[in-house]
Ligand binder design. Structure first.
Ligand SMILES: Cc1cc2nc3c(=O)[nH]c(=O)nc-3n(C[C@H](O)[C@H](O)[C@H](O)COP(=O)(O)OP(=O)(O)OC[C@H]3O[C@@H](n4cnc5c(N)ncnc54)[C@H](O)[C@@H]3O)c2cc1C
Ligand SMILES: NC(=O)c1ccc[n+]([C@@H]2O[C@H](COP(=O)([O-])OP(=O)(O)OC[C@H]3O[C@@H](n4cnc5c(N)ncnc54)[C@H](O)[C@@H]3O)[C@@H](O)[C@H]2O)c1
Length: 497
């Protein structure tokens, strides 16, 4: 980088794109990637691997929200919540300890340590550096000056023959009076102590995680959902069992909301006014966390200067090749509003970079995408919900309760089930939904089976280890096989799985 913050040529290990008039200039890079979350990191890695001179510019640190503010911190807090609940059942197993108490500042130290360790030890950073990518962390917010040039709020200037936007998203604010009194999930990381009570507004993936973790830490949580049920994109049985388990733990769920009307300060925190079934209501807590969705982080980008269009929800519009409305500008990850998850962000970054360097040749492929969350109880899904499957297929649905399976009973974790949805004609697995301990890991078994297009009877024949959580999928497959009238050569599943 020269004194003006311009990036000079940065050779990749495998040659270059053919030089064009614009790529021969010292300040022009072949591929300029904005945002270093999973989408941007994989885009930069792929572009450099294909031989393009590549620059990666990001506002904060390498890793983006995924490493620093989303899954990694949340999973660490969820692990602490798990340790607490495990500690509470030590007596059942004959182990005596003193009271279990949480030191939240120390837990937050651990969260920072985990974030730091993952950042330090991930091989990805070394690989990106090794590829010769010019990485500019803490560069400030980048904004387009013209279709090939961006400038950051810290005064750096970069030019790209191709540009890939990987700027992720931000929590969608509630536009009501007093909204400035509310917080986002990120604010939880900087609390000094556990609030005695918490209002969580939004019963989607983020809201249920925040609610579950803080309920485990001792907050009295009220979870507020506009729709008829929490986790509206999950199978109905999943929503119902998670909601029931939350209520049993003392959480209050307020659903079917007409609208959140306002927030106001109280001596002990905040009061939310709302309407429900046409009637006014209110709820109070020490703190309110809003998790009503995720919007594209495009505010600082000055997209009109490049001519990049957004869709009606404000996400950057892309085609199957991750191309925006401007041929040399691509976008990947949460900023495009597609399935907003780390693996999907990484894959779309890979596709965008491939097409930026080689021309539009690689469409984003359809894939089986498992989704899950680290609540108590955990939940996860892959494929179609039962309702969607029944609309399009003749199906067999089987369900195995955790209290009838060996491993959950051994571990004292009997809340939950595994539901398998199978096409009656093709015998292919259409969906799998799990609630309970290790649900997210367990669902990966079904995702692999679905990707490999295993028939349910093939899955039922695999003698999955005993006693494991994963074996509930095998048992559900075994029951489905028998219901289909097929020869179920999986006698192992006659045992409790
Ligand atoms: C609480 C929470 C928990 C989650 N848990 C999971 C999970 O368990 N599993 C999972 O798969 N997914 C999870 N997700 C979703 C996942 O974190 C995102 O899908 C993923 O981070 C998206 O990656 P990305 O690269 O598109 O964007 P991000 O990770 O958001 O990275 C974008 C980067 O771009 C930077 N940036 C933005 N604008 C500019 C600009 N103008 N100039 C320069 N830099 C800019 C940002 O600062 C950021 O560093 C979770 C999300 C949340 C909020
Ligand atoms: N474990 C994970 O994998 C994980 C965790 C968190 C987030 N994420 C990703 O981030 C994305 C965003 O998650 P999210 O939870 O922020 O959004 P979301 O869209 O998944 O859920 C938002 C929820 O808020 C509700 N809502 C909307 N407006 C409301 C209002 N005014 N009052 C009350 N409720 C309202 C919606 O009905 C919905 O249930 C997810 O789609 C997911 O891809 C993943």
């Amino acid at each position: 980088m020269d004194g003006l913050g311009r990036v000079g040529p940065c050779p990749g290990p495998r040659g270059r794109l053919p030089p064009s008039a614009s790529t021969t200039g010292l300040d022009m890079t072949d591929v300029l990637v904005i945002g270093a979350g999973p989408a941007g990191v994989f885009a930069a890695h792929r572009a450099a691997d294909l031989g393009a001179r590549t620059t990666l510019v990001t506002r904060e640190q390498f890793g983006g929200m995924a490493a620093n503010d989303g899954p990694v911190p949340v999973r660490t807090l969820a692990h602490a919540a798990r340790l607490m609940r495990e500690a509470r059942q030590l007596g059942r197993y004959g182990i005596t300890t003193d009271d279990v108490r949480l030191d939240y500042p120390r837990l937050l130290d651990r969260v920072r340590e985990v974030v730091h360790d993952i950042g330090t030890h991930t091989a990805l950073r070394a690989r990106v550096d090794g590829m010769g990518v010019a990485v500019h962390e803490h560069a400030g917010t980048a904004r387009f000056v013209d279709p090939h040039t961006v400038e950051t709020s810290h005064g750096l200037r970069f030019r790209g023959e191709n540009v890939i936007l990987c700027t992720g998203g931000v929590s969608r604010p509630l536009a009501v009076p007093g909204a400035e009194l509310t917080h986002t999930h990120s604010d939880a990381w900087s609390l000094r102590e556990i609030p005695p009570s918490m209002l969580v507004i939004g019963g989607g993936a983020t809201g249920v995680q925040v609610a579950s973790v803080f309920a485990a830490f001792g907050s009295r949580v009220q979870l507020v959902e506009a729709g008829p049920r929490i986790l509206p994109s999950e199978d109905e049985d999943v929503s119902a069992v998670v909601a029931e388990a939350f209520r049993e733990r003392g959480m209050v769920i307020i659903d079917h909301l007409d609208a959140v009307e306002s927030f106001e300060k109280t001596p002990d925190g905040v009061r939310m006014r709302f309407s429900r079934n046409g009637e006014a209501g209110s709820a109070e807590a020490a703190m309110a966390v809003v998790a009503i969705g995720w919007s594209a982080d495009t505010a600082g980008l000055n997209l009109p200067a490049a001519g990049v269009e957004t869709d009606e929800r404000g996400f950057v519009r892309v085609d199957a090749y991750q191309r925006t409305s401007v041929p040399h500008v691509f976008a990947a990850g949460d900023v495009t509003g597609r399935l907003m998850l780390v693996p999907q962000a990484a894959q779309s970054g890979f596709v965008a970079a491939t097409n930026a360097v080689r021309g539009p040749e690689l469409p984003l492929w359809d894939q089986i995408s498992p989704v899950g969350s680290f609540t108590d109880p955990e939940y996860a899904q892959v494929g179609l919900t039962e309702m969607k499957a029944r609309r399009e297929h003749d199906v067999v649905v089987t369900s195995v309760r955790f209290d009838a399976a060996a491993r959950p009973v051994i571990d004292g974790r009997t809340v939950g089930f595994c539901k398998l949805i199978v096409d009656r004609t093709s015998h292919r697995i259409l969906g799998c939904h799990v609630v309970g301990e290790r649900a997210v890991e367990t669902t990966q078994v079904a995702a692999v089976a679905m990707t490999a297009q295993l028939r349910v009877q093939d899955l039922a024949r695999i003698p999955l280890s005993f006693p494991t959580y994963a074996a509930v999928v095998g048992r559900a497959a075994y029951i489905a096989t028998r219901r289909l009238g097929l020869d179920a050569a999986g006698p192992r599943y006659e045992l409790p799985c």
